[in-house]
Design a protein around this ligand. Structure first.
Ligand SMILES: Nc1nc2c(ncn2[C@@H]2O[C@H](COP(=O)(O)OP(=O)(O)OP(=O)(O)O)[C@@H](O)[C@H]2O)c(=O)[nH]1
Ligand SMILES: [Mg+2]
Length: 581
């Protein structure tokens, strides 16, 4: 039923893999897509991913830096898969613990992970448990365990309940022990409580009342309690001594005695081998989420990011003396840089050159909601292209808003005055292609492109009317314009002031483009122009929201209203602004 199962390191080395019987498709494609679209883009908040006809489920093992991935046909509903991945992970870790604990990537290359038999037996069990069980008939009272007990056996004596209470308390302590071991002192506690080998409870010699004298003092056994020998588990007196009273010399003395498994293990305990749990991170992640929202990251995205961080860190062994807060903060910072780092190279100047070699214009379409700065930034990009020696045709496809065509004409005049035709062999560097108002924008764009091809323009910049993402007729018109004219680049223009709205805008623009596309690989948004960056101080969250939703790079950042106010994104600076308190 499974198509494949793969275990690979986060560094990309495949440790072991399984391919289902009769499956011929290599699993490298889907796994690469998972790495590219989910793991590298910090979207590991959910544990599933779909790729063509396949469903992929995965689990990160942060302690050993491993990824476990299972793939199966999307149409199948395999209820056992989540538990199965957990089982395989635990089994694999247990079996190859020693190998995995070795340092460096060579451990993955040098060791043979013969996991086939174990895997098959786990799979058999899982498939078995996944089958629908026959309904089991209810037991009647005479068949129940309770009916077998006598009334006497159900009465709890005082001693028993005490033992139970102590047992309960012990468990509670054990939990507390792990939870607090982030600090050095409790870390010692953790170390101390773990070090002695589990002992069988000693059977205590029964006290016989006529054993020791008759005086009250002789009969007073209360000291035993103080020294700790009054211990239900039968551990010795020394062990029950509260550790935080121990001084360093006494610790060393214990280490010499081997009470901690030697000096080395003592130090190992001291420097902490604490693995992070979700509970440890919860409060820090909550604060991080609020901080990101305060920096204008869309709330949904902030939550997804924090979830992804939690998944990434859960089980990871913390470094020496690092706090949970600093570990989470560092992980978040790395993730933010990763999100902003372009996954795809967008080099417009090079692409224009390539298009010129093929004797066709390079076409860029600008879209976005009303008033975000499409026309202004289109003019800035024209200026940048002209400065680089390319000729530009602006297609005035906003046939809707009054003044839109005149606005572009003014830009064209100004740009040509900055780069007079006389300096360019009498040919204007920028020209406007316009057909007035009320006409079909897709048709005008098509005519403009044909004109640019005939006239040998290097670039066509298509200005479109602003539209709200919920306006279905206008969204359809935009999708048609893009489907018909197949531009080389579709840029979404969004302002940096946007908050939660960014998610809705981008999702709906992409959805409209996908819905009205005529090809099976629809043209979606290829890049983002983030405008009005000069107006937001350090609330730079929109940059994260936009790149996170689309997975596309921020190609330009608009930083003002003059032609020079166009920049490329500095991911580090944005992340620093985001992390700043
Ligand atoms: N401060 C600042 N203002 C900008 C920036 N980009 C555009 N603007 C201003 O935003 C306003 C709207 O710009 P337009 O270019 O007309 O916006 P548009 O998206 O074309 O608007 P519609 O065509 O009506 O949808 C203008 O006043 C611009 O000067 C920027 O990067 N920084
Ligand atoms: Mg405009």
């Amino acid at each position: 039923m499974l198509d494949f199962f793969a275990i690979f390191s986060k560094g990309g080395i495949v440790l072991w893999c399984f391919q289902g019987a009769g499956v011929t498709e290599p699993f490298a494609g889907p796994v690469n897509a998972l790495i590219r679209s989910v793991i590298l883009q910090e979207r590991s908040g959910s544990n599933s991913f779909t790729h063509n006809a396949l469903s992929l489920k995965y689990k990160l093992d942060n302690e050993f830096e491993l990824v476990f991935v299972v793939g199966f046909q999307r149409i199948l509903t395999l209820t056992y898969v989540d538990k199965f991945i957990d089982d395989v992970q635990l089994h694999f870790r247990d079996r190859y613990k020693n190998e995995l604990e070795q340092k460096g990537a060579m451990k993955f290359l040098l060791n043979d992970f013969e996991f086939e038999d174990d895997f098959k037996s786990l799979l058999r069990d899982a498939e078995e448990s996944g089958r629908v069980r026959n309904p089991v008939a209810m037991r009647n009272f005479t068949e129940s365990q309770k009916s077998q007990k006598t009334v006497k056996s159900m009465i709890e004596s005082k001693g028993e309940s005490k033992n139970k209470a102590q047992g309960g308390k012990k468990n509670k302590n054990a939990k507390k022990d792990v939870f607090y071991s982030q600090n050095i002192l409790p870390c010692l506690l953790h170390l101390y409580s773990k070090s002695p080998k589990p002992q069988k409870p000693k059977t205590k010699e029964m006290r016989v009342w006529d054993m020791g004298g008759t005086k009250t003092k002789e009969l007073d056994y209360s000291d035993d309690k103080v020294n700790g020998s009054y211990d239900a588990a039968g551990t010795d007196t020394e062990q029950a001594e509260p550790l935080y009273f121990l001084t360093l010399p006494s610790l060393l003395h214990r280490a010499k005695k081997g009470a901690f498994g030697g000096m080395f293990s003592m130090l190992k305990g001291l420097v902490g081998s604490k693995s992070l749990t979700r509970d440890d991170m919860e409060s820090v992640l909550d604060k991080m989420r609020d901080h990101l929202i305060a920096k204008n990251v869309a709330a949904d995205i902030a939550s997804q990011l924090c979830e992804s961080i939690a998944k990434k860190l859960e089980g990871k062994v913390m470094g020496t003396f690092t706090t949970v807060a600093s570990t989470v903060k560092q992980a978040l910072q790395d993730s933010l840089v990763q999100i902003l780092q372009p996954k795809r190279r967008v080099d417009i100047l090079r692409d224009v050159l390539e298009a010129r070699a093929q004797r066709k214009p390079f076409i860029i379409t600008f879209c976005g909601v009303n008033g975000v700065g499409k026309s202004t930034n289109l003019a800035k990009i024209s200026f940048w292209l002209i400065e680089n020696g390319y000729t530009v045709l602006i297609a005035a496809c906003d046939t809707f808003r009054a003044g839109a065509v005149e606005q572009l004409r003014t830009h064209q005049r100004r740009l040509n005055s900055l780069h007079p035709p006389e300096q360019n062999g009498g040919r204007p560097m920028v020209q406007l292609f316009e057909k007035g108002y009320g006409k079909d924008a897709a048709g005008i764009a098509m005519e403009a492109i044909a004109y640019a091809r005939n006239q040998g323009f290097d670039v066509v910049l298509v200005d479109t009317a602003g539209r709200m993402q919920d306006n279905a007729p206008l969204m359809t018109a935009l999708a048609k314009l893009i489907a018909v004219n197949t531009p080389d680049l579709v840029l979404f223009v969004g302002e940096a002031l946007v908050g939660n709205e960014a998610v809705d805008q981008l999702v709906k623009f992409n959805q409209a483009l996908a819905d009205h596309s005529m090809s099976d690989k629809p043209r979606l948004i290829d890049g983002i122009v983030l405008t009005k960056f000069d107006t937001i101080d350090d609330k730079v969250g929109a940059a994260i929201s936009m790149t996170y939703i689309t997975g596309q790079p921020i190609v330009f950042v608009g930083t003002g209203q003059t032609y020079n106010d166009l920049r490329s994104l500095n991911a580090r600076a944005v992340v620093n602004a985001l992390m700043k308190a």
